[in-house]
Ligand binder design. Structure first.
Ligand code: GLV
Ligand code: MN
Length: 195
């Protein structure tokens, strides 16, 4: 979904101020083969967090060679029972490829229809751009997936963190009315996300 490039490549200079779109290119004279190589998805991520899932991002910020090329990839590691919580990518469709284990992958349409599937090794599930989605490890051990995006920087709106862990926090009365729950429920969730 990113714009088409007007040159072969443009290795991002991450130190430079991003301009209208994307990052400025580093000087062509300093480009080497290493700029097209990224080993950041080769290691298991640390799943020691409340969700039990870890997303290692392979976007343009991690892999500057992707700048202007319109695609990127993440690695997602899942401990037993882990959930990669409901989130949105505002700028990209997502393709989930399961490498190991068994994942329940699901999304909800703008018409409020829930689509989901248990996905196993070698199989794909596609999540249309901008829709709320999640993955849950429903297998008997760890699980591993790689996710591919048609954007160099898909962006993430993590719903639990966005709604209950923002800075500054969303006022409690908005969440109480919005979710039709009592104040202690809102406070309890907020406390889990640093608010
Ligand atoms: C998984 O949903 C991911 O965004 O990598
Ligand atoms: Mn996602």
């Amino acid at each position: 979904a990113d714009p088409d490039p007007l040159q072969d490549f443009c290795i991002a200079d991450l130190e430079a101020q991003p301009s209208i779109n994307g990052f400025p290119c580093k000087p062509a004279s300093s480009v080497t083969s290493d700029d097209f190589f990224f080993d950041g998805l080769s290691k298991e991520g640390n799943t020691g967090n409340v969700f039990g899932a870890n997303v290692t991002a392979g976007n343009v910020r991690a892999f500057p060679g992707l700048n202007t090329l319109g695609l990127s990839m993440n690695r997602v590691d899942f401990a037993l029972g882990a959930v990669n919580p409901p989130h949105i990518h505002p700028r990209s469709t997502e393709l989930v490829l399961v490498i190991k284990g068994k994942l329940l992958v699901g999304f909800v349409t703008t018409g409020n229809v829930f689509h989901s599937k248990v996905v196993t090794r070698g199989k794909l599930f596609v999540i249309p751009r901008g829709l709320v989605h999640f993955q849950k490890n429903v297998g008997k051990g760890k699980a591993l997936a790689f996710t591919a995006f048609d954007s160099q920087l898909p962006g993430v709106v993590n719903l639990p963190l966005t709604l209950f862990g923002s800075t500054p926090p969303i006022p409690n009365d908005v969440l109480i009315k919005g979710f039709q729950v009592d104040e202690d429920v809102v406070k309890g969730i907020k406390s889990k996300f640093g608010n």
